[in-house]
Each structure stands twice: as structure tokens, then as C-alpha cells.
Design a protein around this ligand. Structure first.
Ligand code: GLY
Length: 575
């Protein structure tokens, strides 16, 4: 067997010869592929997460002989301790995995509505949406899926004992960890809301305010994690933890009961696959809308020679926006939990449908969102969040996007159990035509039903190039997740950026409704802005968009981490 370093040397030689051959034969490729890494690199493995402590945990598990799945499970639990705004055991998420032998899988551990939930539960007597009810407090939570999800994932491919991969999170919760400046600022911003919802102090409340370097210990969470360590999912969905969750629900008029918890199941779903030039895209299908929209947009954009445009120029922005408007209009109409009504996935990503959708795009004229409706889809019967990416030394790759929805979810702290519950119910469409917190519209396909999963935008994605692992990518950001992932992929594949450059590049977003381009500060030069204004575009500066944590495998086998460190505390570690 070849050692990894001789294998890399061999690959390097092979790629150089292949590159020379392609250059001689084709003259010039439409896609640039020769990027050099500018982010952290390793020839062994790579872990990229939003929390420095969680990144260390993942890397440590790999050093102990764990694989990418072991590291992912350890990171998920560590984030529940050190990154409570989004890391969780009280929320849910999706995992996309590609094993070194080419097998790929996607796991759905999305939250679901309680058995007691109902279609109009957020409407008043006049059928108007009651502001905030799906966002804050006990009624906002779906049944959490993270613990079941991690158990399923570990059961499938984990090689280290379950106890060993959870222990680092328990240690962090018991011994405490130092909070960063960004965390101190976020904790301070939410003090009033924590107290408003919980009516008592929680470990994250502090009268004198938080400062960078303060230590946070979470003993109740440590005890909950110990129960999960010792009893598996039963340590969360039954016994003491279930009792604490249901007590919390009863105290605040929430719906989740013992039976809801007992019935929760994570689900392996067929990975959603598509192509973009030489790349194969492996991503999350429904109940995420992310994968469908991403593939629609990539396939649509393939029809335009994007590399002729300057990055973030006016014509490039216009094209992306036109494609985004169409994808988000389809999202609003057709997407929901496939266990409740068929989602016409195959149709939505079919070549014929995409051709038809792209036909209306004029490279110079803006199509107002009001003129764009969902496409004519033939429904065929058969048919704040955080992301982390891990590649291990065998080439196994895991991307997980996990969430409690808003920062700190519903803000409901499960007293005695030490964690926040999600407010994922807001991802349902409370009433057709009424936008949720992300301004997203929804329809019947995403209406509330007992035990239904709410539609998501989370888009953990893996790219292959010529059949080999090329990229693991994903981001938080609600509705902006999909366009963040899209732009990161385009930056690397069309504009030849390194992983770090692709992550660092400024982002913009359009979601059909409202008809406005959201952008990061300084995304567009004055000249580009003026050009877009002349086309009648309107804008909103959103400061920052997304926190994309990604990994690229270069042609010589070197792994490059792309932590979103210019926007957050995100870090990458490789051995
Ligand atoms: N809660 C954000 C999403 O799932 O899209």
C-alpha cells in the first residue's frame, strides 16, 4: 500500500502531467482549477468550525484515531457547550457525508412539530399571524433532533466509543471555557431577552456584563451530556432529561410532551446530486430547500459563461440575482417535508425545467420579482445556525449544518438540563403569503402539521471533481445560506480562488421577495453600485452575510481549510 505522502507525491506528478496535457489539447479551460492554498493547510486532516474550542475537540478526536464521523459527533456536542447561540442539543440539522470509497449519505435530524401542533396555531381569531409567537417562548420549539442524529451518524461509521466522543464536551461544560470577545458581545446583547423569556437567571445572564476571557461553566448541561454519554438517545428522549424538557414545556404553555420526544427519529435521506461543469454536487434534499435551490442555480448559471465576468461586477451580480429570484420563487411554492406531500425534486432540477426557467433571463434587463412566479411544475406522484466541515486522513468527509434557528433559539432555557430549545417552528409557513423572520414566503407545502418537519435552507454540500473529493462547504444565515454556499462554490470553481479566498470574498443575496439585493459592507465598488442602480436595483447593507466554514482538497492532495475568520471566531486545524 502507498503511504499517504507517497500517494500525494504521485498525485502531484500526475496532476502536473494531466494539467500540461489539458492545456496543450484544449488551449484554455472554461473553469480555472489551479488555485494555490492561502488558508491553513495540512496533508493529513482538517477540522473547520465556528468555535476555537470545538475545532480543537474535533482535531483531538482525529489524533486519537477517530474518523471524520467521530470528530463530527464530538464537534456537534462541543458546539452545544461552547457556541450556545447555534450549537445545540436542543435543535437539529443535516449531515452530508462522503466516504473515501465514494459512498455518500445525507442524514436528516431536523426538528419536527409536536403531535399537538396545528396549522393555524400562530393565528389570532381574525386569522392574522400573532407577531413573535413562532419565534420566542415555549410554543416556538420543535422536537429536537440533534442527539438522535448524532447517535445514528456514530452508529453508522464511528470507530471510537460513543462515550469517548462525547467526553470532551462534558469536560468543557464541567471545567468551563473562556468566552471570546464576539461571544461576550452577543451574550450581553441578549441579556434582556434571556430574562424576559425565562423569568429567572440562567448561566448566560450576568448583571455586570460579560467580557472576553470570562469563564463559563455549564454544570447542568454537563450532567445532561453525561446521561447522553451513558444511556445514548434515551439519556435525552427519556428519563430525567425528558422529564426536565416536559416540565419546562408545561411551565410555559409549550406543546412538546414525552410521547413527542419518544417518537423522534432521525432519517437517512437519499443525497441530492447534480453537476456543475466538471464538478459533482452532493447536497441535502427536502426537508431542506437548500440542495434543490443550489443545484437549480448552479445548473442555470452553467448556461452563462460566468468566467467572462469580473467577480461581483454589475453584470455578474445581475445574472446571479435573476437566477436566485427564480429558485427562491420555486422554494416558496413547492418545498416542504417530503414525508407529508411529494416535493417535485426531480422536475425542479431537470435540464428541461431549468432551460425553461433560464429562457426569460435578459443579461441587461432586470425582471421585477413581482413578474416572477414559481415555474410551471408538473407534480409527478412518484416523485442562526452553524456549519462545520471535517476531512480525515483517509479522505472521509463530513459537513454538518446545525441550528436552533435564531440566536439562542426560542431563548427558553430548559431549567435543570442546561440548554436552549430551538425556535424552528418559525421555519414553517404560519400563513401563506406572510413572511417568516428571514422574509421567506411559504405555502401549503410548508404549512404546519403534527409531526411534520419545517422547511430549511441549510445546505451542507460536498463537491467532487472528476470523481474525487474536492470541497466540503456550508454556512449559517437563514435564507442567505443557499446563496452563501453558491457564491463560495462559484468563487472557487469559476474564479479560481483558494478556499480561504473563496470564503473571505464579499457576498450578496437576493431571495425573490422582498425585491432587494442584500449585501455585505463594501461588496460593490461605487461604480458597480451605480451601474446596478441604473438598472433599477435597490440595496440593503447587511454588514455580514453567513459564516462559511469549508475545506478544499487541492490537486496535490493538500487540504486547505477555509474558516470564516474575517467574519467570526471560526478556526481551522489540520495535523
Ligand atoms: N433555521 C434556518 C434553516 O433551517 O433554514
Amino acid at each position: 500500500m502507498l503511504s499517504r505522502s507517497s500517494f500525494i507525491l504521485f498525485r502531484l506528478l500526475f496532476s502536473a502531467l494531466l494539467g500540461l496535457f489539458i492545456l496543450l489539447v484544449s488551449g484554455c479551460s472554461t473553469i480555472k482549477t489551479t488555485q494555490l492554498p492561502t488558508g491553513p493547510t495540512s496533508t493529513e486532516d482538517m477540522v473547520v468550525t465556528a468555535s476555537p474550542d470545538a475545532t480543537k475537540v474535533g482535531s483531538h478526536i482525529l489524533a486519537q484515531g477517530g474518523n471524520a464521523v467521530d470528530a463530527a459527533v464530538a464537534v456537534q456536542f462541543a458546539l452545544a457547550v461552547t457556541y450556545p447561540r447555534a450549537g445545540n442539543i436542543g435543535g437539529g440539522g443535516f449531515a452530508v457525508v462522503r466516504w473515501h470509497d465514494g459512498e455518500s449519505r445525507t442524514l436528516d435530524f431536523r426538528e419536527k412539530a409536536s403531535r399537538h401542533a396545528s396549522r393555524d396555531m400562530y393565528l389570532d381569531a381574525d386569522q392574522n399571524v400573532i407577531p413573535g409567537l413562532s419565534l420566542r417562548g415555549h410554543l416556538a420549539s420543535g422536537v429536537p433532533g440533534s442527539v438522535q442524529g448524532m447517535y445514528e451518524l456514530h452508529r453508522w461509521k464511528g470507530v471510537l466509543p460513543w462515550q469517548q466522543v462525547i467526553q470532551p464536551a462534558i469536560d468543557l461544560a464541567t471545567e468551563g471555557f473562556e468566552i471570546t470577545a464576539d461571544q461576550a458581545q452577543v451574550f450581553n446583547r441578549y441579556q434582556e431577552r434571556f430574562l424576559d423569556i425565562n423569568h429567572h437567571d440562567i448561566p448566560l445572564t450576568k448583571k455586570e456584563g460579560w467580557n472576553a476571557g470570562d469563564r463559563l461553566q455549564l454544570p447542568d448541561l454537563a450532567a445532561t451530556l453525561e446521561r447522553i454519554r451513558d444511556q445514548g438517545p434515551e439519556g435525552f428522549y427519556a428519563g430525567r432529561t425528558a422529564q426536565l424538557i416536559t416540565q419546562e414545556m408545561e411551565s410555559g404553555g409549550g406543546l412538546i410532551d414525552y410521547e413527542d420526544l419518544k417518537r423522534y427519529q432521525a432519517k437517512w435521506r437519499l443525497p441530492l446530486k447534480g453537476t456543475f461543469h466538471d464538478y459533482s454536487v452532493i447536497t441535502m434534499g427536502p426537508p431542506s430547500s437548500g440542495g434543490v435551490a443550489l443545484i437549480q442555480m448552479l445548473k442555470g448559471l452553467e448556461q452563462f459563461k460566468l468566467n467572462r465576468y469580473e467577480h461581483n461586477s454589475a453584470p455578474y451580480t445581475h445574472l446571479l440575482v435573476e437566477v436566485e429570484k427564480r429558485a427562491y420563487a420555486d422554494r416558496a411554492t413547492y418545498m416542504g417535508d417530503p414525508d407529508f406531500a411529494p416535493v417535485p425534486v426531480d422536475y425542479l432540477i431537470s435540464d428541461a425545467y431549468i432551460d425553461e426557467r433560464m429562457a426569460g433571463i435578459d443579461k441587461e434587463v432586470v425582471t421585477p420579482s413581482s413578474d416572477i412566479k414559481e415555474g410551471n411544475v408538473e407534480v409527478v406522484e412518484s416523485v442562526q445556525t452553524t456549519h462545520f466541515s471535517i476531512v480525515d486522513k483517509a479522505g472521509n468527509a463530513v459537513g454538518i449544518t446545525t441550528t436552533v434557528n435564531s440566536y439562542f433559539g426560542s431563548k427558553v432555557w430548559v431549567d435543570g438540563a442546561g440548554f436552549f430549545l430551538n425556535n424552528e417552528m418559525d421555519d414553517f409557513s404560519a400563513k401563506p403569503g406572510v413572511p417568516n423572520q428571514f422574509g421567506l414566503l411559504g405555502n401549503e407545502a410548508n404549512s404546519i402539521r403534527p409531526e411534520k418537519r419545517m422547511l430549511s435552507s441549510m445546505t451542507p454540500t460536498i463537491l467532487e471533481k472528476n470523481g474525487d473529493l474536492f470541497m466540503v462547504v456550508g454556512s449559517p444565515g437563514g435564507s442567505t445560506i443557499i446563496t452563501t454556499v453558491l457564491q463560495t462554490i462559484l468563487n472557487a470553481t469559476v474564479f479560481g480562488m483558494s478556499m480561504q479566498e473563496a470564503v473571505d470574498a464579499k457576498r450578496f443575496h437576493h431571495q425573490w421577495m422582498p425585491d432587494i439585493i442584500l449585501h455585505e459592507t463594501n461588496t460593490f465598488s461605487d461604480a458597480v453600485m451605480n451601474e446596478l442602480k441604473l438598472m433599477n436595483y435597490t440595496f440593503q447593507d447587511r454588514g455580514k452575510i453567513g459564516l462559511c466554514d469549508a475545506i478544499m482538497v487541492h490537486e496535490n492532495g493538500v487540504l486547505e481549510g477555509g474558516p470564516d475568520s474575517s467574519r467570526g471566531d471560526d478556526t481551522a486545524i489540520g495535523h
